[in-house]
Design a protein around this ligand. Structure first.
Ligand SMILES: *Cc1c(COP(=O)(O)O)cnc(C)c1O
Length: 400
């Protein structure tokens, strides 16, 4: 596999140039799509580079090489979803091994690891990594693997990757970072000490809401090989057509992220000044508790915003229903704006006690800010806020 990590050109250059003009058969500028599930041997006892697509596929490798270059890793494993990548990750664990996971991780991540922990595949500790004490206490118990998700979903809490990487090194644990919320355009965990980066490429990396996919990017060849062995073994590798589309999405990653962020930053500041908005969670706001760390370890604040709306779950419902340009849908990171009510959507598989522990209240709303004109998005949000205010104040009047 070739990587372009030796020279370190900029993110956009790496994203656009990865695999360009690599076709040796026809000189295709864009890497061709190889859908074939199998490959003929050159002759008896003469296998070629590829034999069977679950094990290896040129189009999937082109995507893997692009991700490797973007994250500054050594080897990528492309999977059929982000959850498949997170499932491949824990193949490294044995019964009795301790696995430290964020207490406020993605709902699907919580569901998978909680269930596998209950089955005895490994021991799992859900820990708040934003302060020093809990990770230190967990480290004293000798974990085999630590996972960080920063910014977290949906509260956009920031974890200091370099600090946890240092702790992981001290206690001899492998360190994985889920980089889905920012993408390598804004954060590169391997450069901060992570051993492996996880992605749901479904989100910003593909960016067009037409593929479900995932990836692991390893900082070393050995770890990449071990993860790749497991991905092939359990059949978690990604499909060629999905890989082709995802690589197409990657070409515009940097310019997309820049516009996502410009509009999100504008909206966060506007929301922060509105009556009827209790709290805005956006790492770009100076009042955000993780702002200073975000400035240090990220090259931007991203396109995701969460906020708490006055008037509880009912206000959240009216707000979501009143928007015109934000679709009420799961997922994030696509060109189209989305709104989500985490307690009833992305986090519906997280029980009430765990939601409370993670600080996720019933009046929270999450926005994935898309690429529509920012003026339209601001006007839409202000209109929906007014509708929510009116509906909930009318209700108070009616009750009185
Ligand atoms: C969406 C998401 C996942 C799961 O990825 P899928 O592609 O939906 O399987 C994992 N982690 C984070 C942070 C996510 O947002």
């Amino acid at each position: 596999m070739t990587t372009t990590t030796d020279k370190h050109p900029g993110v956009a250059t790496r994203a656009v140039r990865a695999g360009i003009e690599s076709d040796t058969q026809h000189g295709a500028v864009v890497p061709p799509l190889h859908l074939s599930s199998n490959y003929a041997f050159a002759g008896f006892g003469e296998p070629r580079e590829y034999d069977y697509t679950r094990s290896g596929n040129p189009t999937r490798d082109a995507l893997g090489d692009a991700l490797t270059a973007l994250e500054g890793g050594k080897r990528a494993v492309v999977t059929s979803s982000g959850m498949a990548a997170l499932n491949v990750l824990v193949q490294l664990l044995e019964p009795g091994d301790l696995f430290v996971v964020p207490h406020d991780c993605y709902g699907g991540t919580f569901r998978l690891y909680e269930a596998l922990g209950r089955k005895g595949n490994f021991e799992v500790a859900f820990v708040d990594q934003t302060d020093d004490r809990a990770p230190r206490a967990a480290c004293a118990r000798g974990p085999k693997l630590i996972l960080t998700e920063t910014p977290s979903n949906p509260l956009l809490r920031i974890v200091d990757i370099a600090r946890v990487a240092e702790l992981a090194k001290q206690c001899g644990a492998l360190y994985a970072v889920d980089n889905t919320f920012l993408s390598p355009a804004l954060q590169q965990p391997i450069s901060l000490g992570a051993d492996v980066v996880i992605h749901s490429t479904t989100k910003y990396i593909n960016g067009h809401s037409d593929v479900v996919g995932g990836a692991l990017v390893a900082a070393s060849d050995e770890l990449g090989e071990e993860l790749g062995w497991w991905a092939n073994c359990i059949g978690a590798t990604g499909a060629p057509f999905d890989s082709f589309l995802t690589l197409r999405g990657i070409r515009t990653l940097k310019v997309r992220i820049a516009q996502h962020e410009a509009s999100a930053s504008l909206l966060a500041h506007v929301l922060d000044e509105q009556e009827g908005v209790d709290r805005v969670y956006y790492p770009g706001l100076e009042t955000h508790p993780g702002h200073d760390i975000a400035v240090r370890q990220q090259s931007g604040f991203g396109g995701m915003i969460s906020f708490e709306i006055a008037g509880g779950a009912e206000a959240a419902r009216v707000f979501c229903d009143s928007l015109e340009y934000f679709s009420l849908a799961e997922s994030l990171g696509g060109v189209e704006s989305l709104v989500c009510h985490p307690p009833t959507m992305t986090h519906s598989s997280v029980n009430e006690a765990a939601l409370a522990r993670a600080g996720i209240r019933q009046n929270i709303v999450r926005l994935s800010v898309g690429l529509e004109d920012s003026d339209d998005l601001v006007a839409d949000v202000l209109g929906a806020l007014a509708a929510a205010r009116q509906a909930t104040s009318l209700k108070t009047v009616a009750v009185a």
